[in-house]
Design a protein around this ligand. Structure first.
Ligand code: DC
Length: 208
């Protein structure tokens, strides 16, 4: 069983993906980390994020096991990831790794922006997780504050709107719900409520 979760920044898809993976005993891949690690490698090498050749080299050099999440989770790297993610050759360089993960025996849970549309169009269940920008900004601000980052709610909201526009407006694999995805709006839901709704969606699809 492959479960694909897509959605905008801070929609709750990461938390939901982890909970679904634990529920079904499946491995989970947060594909945003691949783009974040690519951006990190480009910046660490002193290169520009829009240098296609360098960004592709960085993407090809990634191993799924060597993510230093503490260095990748911050707001700055989310923005940087969104820039390298708009380069089609970078997306291509990361695609095989994601598909190989998804096709493990038994299946997997993947979350990102194009899992249901490009990486795993054959997924058993596709959930497009969304929430209002204000709700997402509040959640992200709490998360970043918990990480010790200095945050300003209005800046977080502006960053979310900018990333939404870039991720949805790019020509290569833009953020969009797959035609056969079920939209799950988590604006009024807590984690347990969102998990219960997601389990109903997966249950209905797995039984098809
Ligand atoms: O989910 P996240 O915030 O960690 O993702 C960081 C950026 O990476 C996001 O703004 C767009 C990009 N991304 C993508 O284009 N495709 C994916 N499957 C995952 C992330």
């Amino acid at each position: 069983m492959i479960i694909a979760l897509d959605g905008p920044a801070a929609s709750g898809k990461g938390t939901l993906a982890r909970r679904l993976a634990a529920h079904f005993g499946l491995p989970h891949l947060d594909t945003g980390l691949l783009y974040r690690a690519t951006a990190r490698a480009v910046l660490d090498a002193g290169e520009r994020l829009d240098d296609e050749r360098r960004a592709v080299e960085a993407a090809r050099g990634l191993a799924l096991t060597d993510f230093d999440e503490a260095r990748l989770r911050g707001a700055e790297m989310g923005e940087a990831a969104s820039v390298v993610a708009a380069i089609p050759a970078v997306r291509e360089a990361l695609a095989d790794m994601q598909r190989a993960f998804a096709r493990r025996p038994g299946g997997a849970v993947l979350d990102g922006r194009d899992i249901g549309t490009v990486i795993c169009p054959e997924a058993t269940a596709k959930i497009f997780v969304t929430a209002s920008p204000e709700t997402r900004a509040r959640r992200r601000a709490l998360e970043l504050a918990g990480r010790g980052e200095k945050i300003d709610y209005n800046e977080v909201l502006a960053d979310i709107r900018k990333r939404d526009a870039r991720d949805s407006g790019r020509s290569s694999a833009p953020l969009v719900a797959a035609a056969d995805a079920v939209v799950l709006d988590t604006t009024a839901l807590d984690v347990e409520g969102a998990l219960a709704a997601a389990l109903r969606i997966v249950g209905a699809r797995a039984g098809d």
